[in-house]
Design a protein around this ligand. Sequence first.
Ligand SMILES: Nc1ncnc2c1ncn2[C@@H]1O[C@H](COP(=O)(O)OP(=O)(O)OP(=O)(O)O)[C@@H](O)[C@H]1O
Length: 762
Amino acid sequence: MAEKDKRQEQQHLNAIIDQIKRAEQKLARSITNAKADIDDINRTFGDDVHIGAGDDSISIAGALSIHQQQQMLAERNNAWQRSQQQLSVLQKLEKNPYFARIDFRELPSGHPETIYIGLASFTDAQNHFLIYDWRAPISSIYYDGNLGKVTYQTPDGEQVVEVSLKRQFIIEEGQIVSLFDTQETIGDQMLLTALSHNASTQMQGIVTTIQQEQNQIIRDTKSDLLFVQGAAGSGKTSAIMQRVAYLLYRYRKKLTSGQVVMFSPNMLFNDYVSQVLPEMGEQNMVQMTYLQYVARRLPKVQVQDLYEQFEAIQQNTITPATRFVSDLAFFQLVTSYAHQLQQGGVHFRNLYFRKQVLISRAQIANIYYGFGPQYTLLNRIDGTKEALIKIVQRKISSEMRKKWVQEQIQNLSQEELRQMYDYPDQEFKNSDDETKFLARKIVTNALRPVVKKIRHNSFINIAATYYEFLKIVPQLLPLSKYQVSDAQWQNFVAQFAADWSQHKISLANISPYLYLYDLLTGHHGDLTMKFVFIDEIQDYTPFQLAYLQYNFPRARYTMLGDLNQAILTHDNSQTLLKEITRLFDSEKTRVVQLMHSYRSTKQITEFTKHLLTVGEKIIPFNRPGDLPNIKVAASAEQMLQATREQLRANQQQNYATAIITKDLAQAQQLQQQLQQHVPITLIKSENQRLAAGDLVIPAYLAKGLEFDAVIMWNATAGQFTNQDQQLIYTITSRAMHRLSIIANQQLDPIIAAVPKDLAQWQ
Ligand SMILES: Nc1ncnc2c1ncn2[C@@H]1O[C@H](COP(=O)(O)OP(=O)(O)OP(=O)(O)O)[C@@H](O)[C@H]1O
């Protein structure tokens, strides 16, 4: 490119930065003023409020004044926060205002235009766009098209333009480091630079290099279900973070970050992605794991956690019965069973008062089933609640005469008495009246917990109802059709009861349990949630997905996964997609396949894709690096030695290494052995933070993460089973720049089967 062009671009950049600086100063002044206003209002708050003379009540004028002051304060606070946010966006823009320029002409008869695209929009005093937000409709021509005719979507329909120039910039601290014109969608040069960086404990945004296939996902606004299947490292997670930012922009004023929820594989991962949106000037969405979501509904019961779940898979304790209750067929069975409960089958609990049965379960059942057949479950429960509360109210009068109440009245201290009165120095006709008043108060207070129990549906014994349901499942449906024998089913049911008696529940049972509870009590889910994102979909069961859909009935769903990386569900992963699409209207379902893999070097991706014998197509991005190296040591001692040497070699290249083990026990043992020689952090729980530097981490916690260098520990024959192909793929595909595999005496056969020329064998 001509020197003259470069000079002109730097001049243009300087002029823009000047304008940004001026806007920053203006904003900083208004922030200072807003802050002064807020302080002022706070200071004069007390003075302006007129307290009514003679008593403690506030006069109407005073109350109005308080209300006005509060409103004013809230407005100023909002304005102040908005300005703060704008300022932080401007500060980011000042360092790196834009990354692309497009010259184009609207067809058929527009005049030539030049636009610059950056992280956010920036306009001059006359409201001319100096920078376009990357999410603006026009910006999609940067991501989607080549030179020449390009079509893009606007809110008013399609628009065609003729693109004559696409220029990309790398700008650091206000200086153009490099710029190039490109014919392609996004020049490979720019992507290569982006991908060559070192891994970090925080995920980075990909605004400047979003690929065309990713852009389809980010800007989709039509689908109720957007299902993205993509190889390891194909940018699924990156794309959805960008998609959230896009949706918040596109639907601003109508959509808040609280109406977007993302279900992620573990909390470590939540932490890993937590900076992406704030870096783009947006607030984080709600983020949680499925386990957190269901477990918080049953705070007194211990739910099988991620670790136990993974161990169960490893020990092959996943039975045909567990698989069956994870299926859509079982979801439908729970749904239809709930209808049957209108006729009978709900179990109840006695309601107690002062250790005596106040309303017996038989009485409650009579009320519940006393309503006519036209009553739905919801009407039935509402009607029962009403009737129970009436019974409680009727008890008040008879209870007031009881001895315990009289005793309590006599034992009341002056202070307690004062608190019982409706207002200070309350007067009564006579002492009888006063005693009656106090007795009523005491009994009402004592009955309050019972009323609360009624309101919270505690009179329903959901565990017994669910248990009864499990017991009769074989009568409702031929289990043999689902490859479950009678004995296996009996075991499953017995296990539920045994777990429950110890206040535990398995992950397989918790979703159907809660679903039955929801149907019984008319809990209809969260109607305000507008977008639900589910990452690593392959680790969900169809039941869980159907249950999520039940819980967020008005939301649109984006599901991402790699069917090659199912480490918690194994065999059903290939059929999962079919099952999921059954849950949605096919007209509004879109399936996108991401085939390019960006994370790893070409050598690593070529190697890892051979670990999969069946699976989806994977095209490596052409970023060169070393061949993966495989070391088969002669003893456990030598394996450790080789690991230390590899760690050292990686450090010399400035690569942070993650040593990934099959399970937690191996990770713990290895870290202890290594720690005597080198500092290394053990990641043993999802509640930890990801530390910078070298780590030892079990495979199930490394999901979704990436590292400069990976050492796969103990890839010895016999450690992994035939079923572990996807686990091995997940481990090895975490490496960005270097992959090492270390085994003792004999290599795992899945790895040994990879063509010899794809690795360096030592
Ligand atoms: N368009 C892009 N520009 C720059 N970097 C990208 C792009 N797409 C993906 N990457 C990088 O590739 C790596 C992998 O991306 P990401 O973690 O989003 O993939 P994934 O599909 O979720 O992977 P996995 O399923 O293996 O967890 C990240 O370092 C990400 O920054």
